[in-house]
Design a protein around this ligand. Sequence first.
Ligand code: ATP
Ligand code: MG
Length: 596
Amino acid sequence: MGMQSMPRIVKDLSAMPVRPHLLDYPRTVADFNWQATAPWLDGLPAGGINIAYEAVDRHLARGRGARTAIRWRGKDGSRRDLSFADLAQATNRFANALSALGVGPGERVFVLMGRLPELYMAVLGALKARCVVSPLFSAFGPEPIATRAEMGDARVMVTTPELYMRKVKGLRERLPGLRHVILVGGAQAVAAAAAGDPSVHDWHTLVDACSPDFTIAATDPESMALLHFTSGTTGRPKGAVHVHGAVLAHAVTGYYALDLHEDDVFWCTADPGWVTGTSYGIIAPLVQGVTIVVVEAEFDAATWYKVLARERVTVWYTAPTAIRMMMKLGTEALRGHDLSALRFMSSVGEPLNPEAVVWGQQAFGLPFHDNWWQTETGGIMIANFAALDILPGSMGKPLPGITAAIVRRTEGGGVQPVDTPDTDGELALKTPWPSMMRGYLHEDERYRKCFVDGWYLTGDLAHRDAQGYYWFVGRADDVIKSSGHLIGPFEVESALMEHPAVAEAAVIGIPDAMAGEVVKAFVALKPGFEAGEALRRELLGHARKRLGAAVAPKDIEFRLNLPKTRSGKIMRRLLKARELGLPEGDLSTLESDEKK
Ligand code: ATP
Ligand code: MG
């Protein structure tokens, strides 16, 4: 089954302004081993590995403290630049503040705020104090905050007066373990929100009073560092546990998959409330000593171009949902922006339609490099690399140090690798690797079930072609069984996306007495196209021609928007539940404008 409909994008190394790190893929893969890579990290003077030391302090030790670590751009036009030395001091102060509050190693610090500089100080400072950090997306409502804080045993919450008043204050009785709230905001707003409650602290009063010196104590690389909740695309979010030692994978993937070089200006559009926004919005680039651009404002395609141009971003990490928004806006919006600094663009989070890869090439003169990973894997596992050709629609090849396979589950409860190229099966990764999750919080049984015969089973279906490229088929939960065919939603959605009218598509299976299931598509249109019977017929015809009658949708329904998680993933399960009148399940991560 071949999804490839677009020509291969051939890389011309001589045209690249910077020599990519990964030039000889087979050799790098053959020579790689994690143990030998350990010296990429400095390690703590006191012993062990601490993420915040690798991301911040070690650059001072190397005399690079003056380099800009964070370039913050506020909503109101204000700007703040923090050097690695500034960031070291700010995170030291916060680590000292936690100690002053009696908060010790292993205790959980939740961070709930927009992309303010203090968010970055809190995350890295708490890691220095060897607390466990759980970043929450600031647009969560009280209920999702409460369930996560309860489940994660939140001891401290760092937030703003506004978010505290609106969402957290009313939860305090439900969260008796939440002993301290630290508010980032204007003195008046903080005082009003605290209302004399001694457990509510003003960031500035508390943190500014603390010493800018802090020595990170010996940190066991296996100790818990981050608690990340999954996107909830397929059901109730799981709490994935990650350890300090994971930072080796961030270093390696930042180097090979994102091709980060010392002088880069890097922008990751993901919010730190999601794993991408932490692993690659904070940790990986800082570990490489790279400047990160942090944009407080909510994103829209027109401002993206401005940020890319104004900040002279060189490496950009974004997501299919964002790329589809830009495609919807059209290339005109790009005109007049000087994007000459940009040299590498990548995408994660959802399947990247071949159409979108090629669009990047047309609009930016650069293709988007798709890569694949999950909250559970902690870092990029499969990627398209700067120096390697792209087959649009493919996720690329496994990172050095990562062994991937397509497997089938056997009757005896084991798994069997499928070596025949182009054969669908479950995507599996050989254990272990440094950023592999170490548990699903309070769900040991579920965690254990992910591992069989030395493989981690991802729950995603894929195949590998004869050249070693991996192709996403769909989530195991979303695959459609129709008249003996297994249909991956991605293939059908990508075919629909080729049509000029289609902005977004989502495909589900509808029970059918004859076929078992039949394919139904939900489609959102680009501006200027009218939903109606004529276009519906045209799209059905287009899909049939591209895919054949057995795989093409039997029905297409137009929607203004498709339901998505707050991390930007289309929620097929919700379309299906609504279509079939079934319970909608956990909606805690649903974008609110989609709620009924
Ligand atoms: P939940 O596990 O709660 O249902 P989720 O799986 O969406 O949510 P994440 O860990 O944020 O939570 O997302 C990982 C998943 O996203 C992958 O398992 C895969 O299904 C999808 N994904 C990520 N990157 C890609 C990609 N490049 N191509 C296709 N799918 C991708
Ligand atoms: Mg998942």
